[in-house]
Design a binder for this molecule. Sequence first.
Ligand code: AMP
Ligand code: MG
Length: 480
Amino acid sequence: MTLAESVFEFEHSYARDVPGLSVAWAAAPVPAPELLVLNGELAAELGLDATALRAPAGVSLLVGHGLPDGVTPVAQAYAGHQFGMYVPRLGDGRALLLGEVVDGTGRRHDVHLKGSGRTPFARGADGKAAVGPMLREYLMGEAMHALGIPTSRGLSVVATGEQVYRERPLPGAVLCRIAASHLRVGTFQYAAASGDPDVLRALADYAIARHHPQAADAENPYLELYRRVVGAQAELVARWMLVGFVHGVMNTDNMTISGETIDYGPCAFMDAFNSATVFSSIDHNGRYAYGNQPAIAQWNLARLGETLLPLIDDNTDVAVERATAVLSEFADAYERHWAEGMAAKLGLLTPDRDLVTDLLALMSTQHVDFTGFFRALSAGTARSLFTEPGPFDAWATHRDALLPADRTGVAAAMDRVNPLYIPRNHRVEEALTAATAGDMAPFHRLVDVVTRPYEERPGLEEYAGAAPAGCAPHVTYCGT
Ligand code: AMP
Ligand code: MG
C-alpha cells in the first residue's frame, strides 16, 4: 500500500451515483508547498494519520498531488442566485472534491480543496486563493464548531509558495476542508435547469440517502427531504443569530442541503448589536445584513422548493401547494430555535418574546457589545455596559421577575451557552496580517482561544472584548 492509500481511503459515491454533475479534473502544480496549519483533532476524528499528513508526501496529498492510483478528483457543478441574480453555471471554479472518507462511526465526509487551480468552471478567474482568506475560513470553522454550530471544518492550510494577484500580490494557499457534503441549493438549481429529470432524481435520492435517510420512508420522500432541509436551515440560521454571526454571502450556492455552514468568505461576528450589520465590501444594499439572514434563508429555501416541484407531484399545482406548506414551517421553526436559545442565554426556563425585543432595542440604541453583554449579565456587571443605565434597570427588573425561584446554577448555566471568546474582528485581522507576512504565532494563539469559547482562562482578557473605540468599522474585502 502506498502512503497515499494508507492515509486516505477515498470513496467516490458522488461521482458514481450522481452522474452529470461533476467533471474529473486535476489540481494545479504547487511549486513549494509549506504546511501552515493541520487540524490534528479533526484528523483523529476522521481516523487519519496526522503524522503522515505532516510529512512531505502528506502535505502533497493536502494540495491534491500524489493521490492513490484510480483516485480522480472532480469539480462539482452548481448554479446559484448571487445577490438575488440567477447565474446558471457557477460550480467549483477553484475547488476540487478529492473524494469521501468514512469515519469510525460510519459517517461520510467530503475531502475538498479550495485554491487548487482553475477548472472548467473558473469563468476567467485564476483558480487560486490567498493565505489570509483560507486561514480565515479555517479559523471561523473551528470557532463555529467549538460553539456547537454545524459547519465544514479546515483540515489544513498549505501555502503554495506562489503569488496570487488581488489588489496586490499575496501569498497563495490551498485549504483542505471537510464537510458532510458539498450539496448546495445551487446544485439542485443546476440539476433542475439541466432539464433531465433523471439527473434531478438521482441528486435528490443521493441527498436523501446521505443526509436525510428517514425521508426515504415518508409518504412523499422528496417533500420530506424538503421539510428536513427547511428544518435544518431554520435551526442553523437561528444558531448563527444567537452568536451574532454574519455569513456575508448567503447566495444559494453557499447554502447546504446538510444544514452545515459553508463557504466562509467576508463573514464576521458582530461586536455592538445592530441588525443592519454588514461586513462584506460588496454587499452594498445590506442584503445579507445580520437581521436579514432568516428571511434570506427562507428565500433561498423557496428556490430549493422550486427545483423539487417535478419530484413532489406530477401536477404542478399540487406540488406548489405542498411545497409552500412545507416552506411556511420555516418561520415557526426558526422562531422556536431563536426563542429557546435566547431564553437559555438569559438564564430563563421559558422564552419571553417581549423581554428579548426590549433588550435588543436597548442594545441597539446604546451600542452594547452583543457577546460581552450575556457574560456580563451572568456576572452581575451588565449595567456598566449602558451609557444610560435607566432603561437597562427597568429591563433587568422585568427579567428578575421571570427568573426561576431557585437561582443557584443560573449564572453557570448561562456561561455554558454564552461564549466569552469569539473571533473578534480586530484579532482576526491582526492574525491574518501577521500570517500573510510569515508569522503564524498570532493565528495559532487565536485558534486556541476560540476553540475553548466558554471557559474563562487567565491571560486572555484582551481576547474577550471588542476593539477599542475609535478603530475603523470592520469590512471584509471580497478578494477571497
Ligand atoms: P465564492 O464567493 O467563493 O462562494 O465563489 C463563488 C463562485 O466563484 C464559485 O463558483 C467559485 O468557484 C468561483 N470563484 C471564486 N473565486 C474564484 C477564483 N479565484 N478562481 C476561479 N473561480 C472562483
Ligand atoms: Mg461558494
